[in-house]
Design a protein around this ligand. Structure first.
Ligand SMILES: C[S@@+](CC[C@H](N)C(=O)[O-])C[C@H]1O[C@@H](n2cnc3c(N)ncnc32)[C@H](O)[C@@H]1O
Length: 197
């Protein structure tokens, strides 16, 4: 699918969506004040540009750690040749909504990619099978980033790729391959692509 087609598809799937309201409501109710839960979303063209910069053609399993309303997961299935795409998100109403979008998608498009959304802490997720791990980490706290990188070191297989947004990965287990300037819904960002050695 082209980027323009994916954009049109997403517009239909997310028409009337209120992910910011869902995120705020849950965070207020659960008293989640950590800055890491700040909400923001990928844009189709930016996401395509970032994943296109991954040297080996993306395939296998894609993970989004902190998947919000599921846009990156859905886009990965529409724009790339992944066999499986998984989103992990702690804000339960966003996961419920992602599953509603997924149900809608299944009535509208055929994709051979198997898509799953889970409610949970990304630090508990088993993403060892992933070929590409995406973390829209612009607002992730230093503590969360440190723990995420430690878990990625432990789980990710050599040759797999970790993509972060506006955060560097400080680890000898990861080699920075390149960076891509891109627009997210809240502004300009730097996506960095790291190879698990
Ligand atoms: C900037 S949003 C990105 C949403 C989506 N990945 C996208 O790019 O469109 C970051 C998401 O990470 C989630 N998050 C933050 N910390 C988390 C954690 N420890 N476990 C699971 N999700 C987390 C937030 O609730 C938020 O929905």
């Amino acid at each position: 699918m082209t980027v323009a087609e994916a954009e049109a598809c997403l517009e239909g799937l997310y028409a009337g969506a209120e992910p910011y309201r869902l995120s705020h409501g849950f965070r207020n109710q659960q008293k989640l004040t950590d800055v890491s839960f700040t909400y923001g979303e990928v844009q189709p063209a930016s996401f395509h540009a970032v994943l296109s910069a991954v040297p080996k053609a993306p395939g296998g399993t894609f993970y989004d750690l902190g998947s919000g309303s599921g846009r990156a997961v859905i886009l990965s299935s529409l724009l790339f040749d992944f066999e499986r795409a998984v989103g992990v998100e702690l804000v339960a109403p966003l996961v419920d909504f992602s599953n509603e979008v997924l149900a809608k998608l299944k009535t509208q498009a055929t994709t051979r990619c198997v898509i799953d959304f889970y409610t949970g802490d990304l630090l508990q997720a088993d993403f060892s099978e992933a070929q590409v791990v995406f973390a829209h980490s612009a607002c992730y706290s230093m503590d969360l980033m440190k723990a995420l990188v430690a878990r990625a070191e432990a789980l990710m297989k050599p040759g797999a790729v970790l993509v972060t947004i506006n955060k560097n990965v400080h680890s000898r287990a990861f080699q920075r391959l390149n960076s891509v300037l891109c627009e997210m819904d809240w502004g300009s960002s730097l996506a960095s692509i790291y190879l698990r050695r």
